[in-house]
Design a protein around this ligand. Structure first.
Ligand code: PEP
Ligand code: MG
Length: 315
């Protein structure tokens, strides 16, 4: 089984009706770029930068971050590397900081945390920009809910560029900037975000958590954590459709993207870009090679507005 999967590593991921599907990898550590390449990933769709900050004392400085990001960018040899800015908070905490929030998942997390600490954010942005001199870097902003957060992040990126100009340090002229769609508010009111940004990446792990009010880390309610809830699927569909209308690429980088039993459903929702753990990539690719996107789109459109969850096995 594994051996036959390896045979499709270099096969282009195209459905039976000729739709090209982009398959990228999620990584947490720079060393994982090798596994991404070994699985045939076309790029890194999600580099969770917070792992550089966790399980240690003190923050990584600009140089340490730059080396980590640049090593991934170099390893990927021109393929896109999507670096997500620090997503700390909720279940991912810094050792030096005791969480005081009563509800950390709803608290000062990710971009909220970074915008409240401009120096720390600027350090990370400069490190990411410097890494862009070695290949193709995209910046991904986590936990975006408001347009004013997008504007504040874009301004912070501009200031980081200006600082590098002052220092005479180089960075790529054009860097795509996107947002995670993982808070229901933005998935519902998606238009201005799709217009203002270069791409969107749906974080289904948090999108499900916040849509269903289920703590993703609480085993007591795990049975209610349902990726197939019609509300979740409609939020995904709404985001994909906004991407189509505005011409902006939309991917899914949450666990749903690597869940092979959901591949046909996601294709049927119109998804053309998936990012997942490298280990899942070839299984998902095999499913894509066997799928007929247009037939799936018709089937999914017919059941999307039903009140009951779709059974993906019937697609
Ligand atoms: C997500 O929320 O789906 C996601 C990809 O981000 P993380 O799992 O790191 O929160
Ligand atoms: Mg998330």
């Amino acid at each position: 089984e594994r051996a036959s999967l390896a045979l499709i590593k270099d096969t282009p991921s195209v459905t039976l009706d000729g739709i090209k599907i982009t398959l990228q990898a999620n990584i947490e550590w720079p060393e994982e770029a090798a596994s991404a390449l070994a699985a045939g990933a076309e790029g890194i769709g999600l580099f969770r930068s917070e792992f550089l900050f966790m399980n240690r004392h003190g923050l990584p400085d600009e140089e340490e971050q730059y080396q980590a990001y640049a090593s991934v960018v170099r390893a990927m040899e021109g393929r896109p590397v999507t670096i997500r800015t620090l997503d700390i908070g909720a279940d991912k905490t810094l050792d030096d900081e005791a969480t005081v929030a009563t509800n950390p998942a709803l608290g000062e997390r990710a971009v909220r945390y970074c915008l409240a600490r401009p120096d720390m954010f600027a350090t990370q942005l400069r490190a990411i920009l410097r890494a862009s001199a070695h290949g193709t870097v995209r910046i991904l902003l986590p936990m975006i809910a408001h347009m004013h957060e997008v504007r504040a992040c874009l301004a912070a990126i501009d200031s980081a560029r200006a600082e590098l100009d002052t220092r005479g340090q180089s960075y790529a002229e054009h860097i795509e900037i996107g947002a995670m769609v993982e808070i229901p508010a933005i998935a519902i009111a998606i238009e201005p975000f799709a217009e203002a940004l270069d791409f969107l990446s749906i974080g289904t792990n948090d999108l499900i958590q916040y849509t269903l009010a289920i703590d993703r880390a609480d085993p007591g309610v795990a049975r209610l954590y349902d990726p197939l809830h019609p509300a979740v699927l409609r939020l995904i569909a709404n985001t994909i459709n906004a991407g189509t209308r505005t011409g902006k690429p939309v991917s899914v980088c949450g666990e749903m993207a690597g869940e092979v039993s959901l591949t046909r459903l996601l294709l049927g929702l119109g998804l053309t870009s998936f990012s997942m753990h490298p280990q899942q990539l070839l299984d998902v690719k095999r499913e894509i090679l066997r799928a007929h996107t247009n037939a799936l789109r018709t089937k999914v459109a017919a059941v999307l507005n039903r009140a009951e969850p779709i059974d993906p096995k019937t697609l």
